[in-house]
Design a protein around this ligand. Structure first.
Ligand code: FAD
Length: 169
């Protein structure tokens, strides 16, 4: 079998500013990742890298840069994920390091990991694999428990928050 080999071994990499601008055109939802800190209190972090990987067994992926949530989740081997509704932009800002004075986060442990009491959907996950990819770590995790309700999501697109507009038929 013929194997295609690059004739020029100089690696071409997209400009990072251009990459950020381009990849921001992929619309996502927003999740708050939760875990317990060293004092048994809940720690939360905003992410938009939550992805469903496999249905059988139910498996999700999150991609985290080094930080507090990364350290705590690595230590405990599990995390919760709460998908935000369109009314929860304050949660996204708060758990990404912009404290919202009026916000009092309300968590519940439904089975074994804390998640937001109010959200569009929640997942309790056990980490099955960790993969280091450059400046982020991919955490693959089995979903042990989950549930969701009807409602509209908070979305992230073009580096800004959006609420879905339902197109008329
Ligand atoms: P910290 O910054 O220390 O913690 C997060 C913040 O939450 C702090 O302000 C902390 O005080 C507060 N907080 C935590 N728990 C509680 C609690 N129980 N009660 C009250 N306040 C609390 N980064 C990634 O690595 N991957 C992603 O996919 C990703 N997606 C993002 C998507 C969006 C839309 C945004 C806005 C940010 C995203 N980030 C992502 C960046 C990330 O959210 C921030 O860098 C975050 O601050 C990192 O959290 P940390 O756990 O490392 O530590």
């Amino acid at each position: 079998m013929d194997v295609l080999k690059p004739t020029n071994l100089i690696e071409v990499v997209a400009d990072s500013v251009q990459y950020r601008k381009s990849v921001s055109k992929f619309a996502t939802g927003i999740a708050i990742i939760t875990c317990e800190d060293d004092d048994g209190k809940v720690h939360g972090m905003t992410i938009n890298s939550f992805t469903s990987i496999s249905l059988d067994p139910p498996t999700v992926l999150i991609s985290l840069k080094p930080g507090k949530a990364h350290r705590l989740i690595t230590k405990s081997g599990r995390f919760g994920a709460s998908i935000l509704s369109e009314a929860q932009q304050d949660h996204s800002s708060h758990f990404s390091g912009r404290p919202q004075e009026s916000l009092v986060p309300d968590f519940a442990i439904r089975h074994s990991v804390p998640t937001l009491r109010q959200c569009l959907a929640w997942f309790e996950c056990d980490i099955s694999e960790r993969v280091q990819v450059h400046d982020h770590t991919l955490f693959l995790a089995r979903v042990r428990h989950c549930d969701g309700i009807d409602g509209s999501p908070l979305m992230f697109f073009g580096s800004q928050y959006h609420r879905p507009v339902i197109a008329s038929q």
